[in-house]
Ligand binder design. Sequence first.
Ligand code: ADP
Ligand code: MG
Length: 247
Amino acid sequence: MPTLSQPLLDVQHVSKSFGALKVTDDVSLTLRAGQALGIIGPNGAGKTTLFNLISGNLQPQPGGRIGFDGQDITASAPQARCAAGIGRTYQVPHPFGRMSVFENVLVGATFGTGRHERDANEVARQILQRTGLAHQADKLAGALPLLDRKRLELARALATEPRLLLLDEIAGGLTEHEVAELIEVIRSIRAEGVSIIWIEHIVHALMAVVDELVVLDFGRIVMRGEPAEVMASAEVQAIYMGLEVAA
Ligand SMILES: Nc1ncnc2c1ncn2[C@@H]1O[C@H](COP(=O)(O)OP(=O)(O)O)[C@@H](O)[C@H]1O
Ligand SMILES: [Mg+2]
């Protein structure tokens, strides 16, 4: 049984290379139940790869360990991690394009949780309402505009009833107004006790939701702390200034 002091997510010394490229370099990261963490860092820093390691889409190199709710899940398949309560969205949405929006969410609500079909139908309907997709329920998922594809990513992740929700640039590419709407939905998810790790370049959106920020650069965590302090730090300024000079 997990104890109060035990983190919900416990990533220890995780590394991943693609060929000679060290993309995740000895990352250790813990998250308590109910906590919300933002991850920032330049493109190519290894943010999405870290999510892939947590969700089980990728395996870390030997020596790393990932714990969730007191269990060692380092070797668990993605489906098992999903069933254990780890839900995620993808930076590039990939819905089942030939299925309706409703059916896409129903898949998560049925297979992600082992619910009976009648319950799953009701859950899927509620989630579509909540994510602002109810009016698109019968549309083909492949025909949705960007905002609704992002909403569908979130809806599909929610349908699996996550205890930890991993959001990968869910607000990227949206208008200010759309981002504001999304922030409200994510805040409401958090208010229900779901733990969140949110990768995003839109810092003010992160600031509205998370308790702490983590900065990844070249596959390493260079900083973790209170969001305003992190953003004001010399390290972070240097990383982002370096990018402007390079651009
Ligand atoms: N499956 C893969 N095979 C080879 N290289 C990859 C793979 N996935 C990611 N990379 C490389 O790893 C680096 C980090 O990628 P990623 O984790 O997507 O960064 P971020 O999300 O921070 O932009 C990039 O240089 C990317 O090209
Ligand atoms: Mg990424």
